[in-house]
Design a protein around this ligand. Structure first.
Ligand code: HEM
Length: 411
């Protein structure tokens, strides 16, 4: 769909050819607190698109709550209770769970995975480069996050394809390439108590229940086993939702960050040469993730009336924080649409920085992006797109889902 600066942020089709950056640029300039009137499925909602406003709204202690849902969909209280994870709670409830899971994702813990990630990435690149033409998303970008998610959870490798397919169906619930039950095209009310209103949620819940009741073995050092041994064990429903959160959050996001990087390399060969100098390994992952900002928004709900930009956000109103827009705000970023591998500081918002809910997996994601690229560029002489990429159809998760390339391996 052509982005004339006025696309409707509610429509998944507005995102089907990539993020409508002209629309976000106009909104940042002309209408930074933009009202969307909604439709039959969702009531109206506010949209914050400027970096400074998103930081303000996301600040700990602000009046914007996560505890009534973090996606656009309206939920009854029963649906909310059935599906919520700690991501859909506020302090102090959120803090208590976050403290327990945090050590598994802390920078020093994740740094210990560097060697494993490199081994996996190098195998993945070697395998992909056995062919000269391939879909780089399928062969490279998808593989590393999937394998690492398996290691983090502690589930067997043979379950990964199945899990990732279900994870794609959850998070890609508006894209017919990922699910037969497309949320805005058919009645999904039968699944309203399932994560993302998706039938894939039923299967993932069953898998999690099998793990919890020891009908399915998991590795002792994985996070699932640790959560089961934890003295403050999650109840069954919370455990199932926590499992679905990790499968959804830990997979597509990193995939689309790597695929954004691959898409840029496939169109701008000078980036390959620049990466090869070795001067940008400390900064490039953040720059690719800034440009990708794959989870484009999360929602909050106002817990009291707030004045902003001469308008009143009423108590109970939904507000979307468009991280994807804040990460390209020209007030903060020089040449915001350009890839500057050495950009520093890089105060992007792709991980929801500045909030209590800042991404738990960010150190893992950054390490995966960097190492995937290190291993790729040391092997390739050329890497070019042979077709235009295709994008996810979703106003929630954005990414290059197919990128056919021609690559030549260094002799
Ligand atoms: C480049 C990759 C990633 C991006 C762009 C990303 C993005 C985000 C964002 C924007 C949030 C904040 C949500 C909010 O404010 O409500 C978040 C939270 C979260 N992310 Fe990530 N994520 C990525 C990778 C991962 C990975 C690899 C994992 C786990 C393996 C993960 C697990 C989580 C969890 C559990 C939360 C909820 C944290 C909380 O509520 O305290 N993410 N992520």
């Amino acid at each position: 769909m052509h982005d004339d600066g006025h696309l409707n942020l509610l429509s998944h089709d507005s995102f089907a050819s990539g993020v409508p950056h002209a629309t976000f640029t106009r909104l940042r300039r002309e209408d930074p607190l933009h009202w969307n009137q909604g439709n039959a499925d969702t009531k109206g909602f506010w949209n914050l698109t400027r970096h400074a406003d998103i930081l303000l709204a996301n600040k700990p202690g602000s009046v914007f709550s996560s505890a009534q849902g973090i996606r656009l969909e309206d939920q009854s209280y029963e649906e909310y209770l059935a599906r919520r994870t700690f991501q859909e709670t506020d302090a102090p409830e959120h803090t208590a769970v976050r403290r327990r899971v945090n050590p598994n994702f802390a920078k020093p813990t994740i740094a210990k995975f560097e060697e494993l990630i490199r081994e996996l990435a190098s195998d993945i690149c070697d395998k992909a480069l056995e062919n000269t033409e391939f879909d780089a998303v399928d062969a490279i970008a998808k593989q590393l996050p999937m394998m690492m998610l398996g290691r983090i959870l502690g589930v067997p490798d043979e379950d990964l394809d199945w899990l990732i397919e279900r994870g794609d169906a959850l998070i890609g619930n508006s894209d017919p390439d990922f699910t037969d039950t497309v949320v805005d095209k058919m009645d999904t009310s039968a699944y309203r108590f399932m994560p993302f209103r998706s039938p894939a949620g039923v299967e993932l819940y069953d898998y999690a229940a099998d793990v919890l009741h020891n009908r399915r073995a998991v590795a002792d050092d994985g996070i699932l086993a640790k959560m089961m041994q934890d003295e403050n064990q999650l109840n069954e429903q919370d455990f199932k939702n926590f499992f679905c959160l990790l499968v959804a959050a830990g997979n597509d996001t990193t995939r689309y960050s790597i695929s954004m990087a691959l898409n840029l390399l496939a169109h701008q060969p000078e980036l390959i040469a620049a990466l090869r100098t070795g001067a940008h390994w400390d900064t490039c992952a953040d720059e690719f993730i800034r440009l990708a900002s794959p989870t484009m928004h999360f929602r909050r709900t106002a817990s009291e009336d707030v004045e902003m930009h001469g308008k009143t956000i009423k108590k109970g109103d939904k507000v979307l924080l468009w991280f994807v827009s804040g990460s390209r705000d020209e007030e903060v970023f020089d040449a915001p649409h350009d890839c500057q591998l050495g950009r520093s500081p890089n105060r992007h918002l792709a991980f929801g920085q500045g909030g209590f809910h800042v991404c738990l997996g960010m150190h893992l994601a950054k390490l995966e992006v960097r190492i995937a690229l290190e291993e790729l560029v040391k092997r390739i002489e050329s890497f070019e797109a042979i077709e235009a990429p295709t994008w996810t159809r979703s106003n929630f998760i954005c990414g290059v889902k197919k990128l056919n390339v021609r690559a030549k391996r260094l002799a």
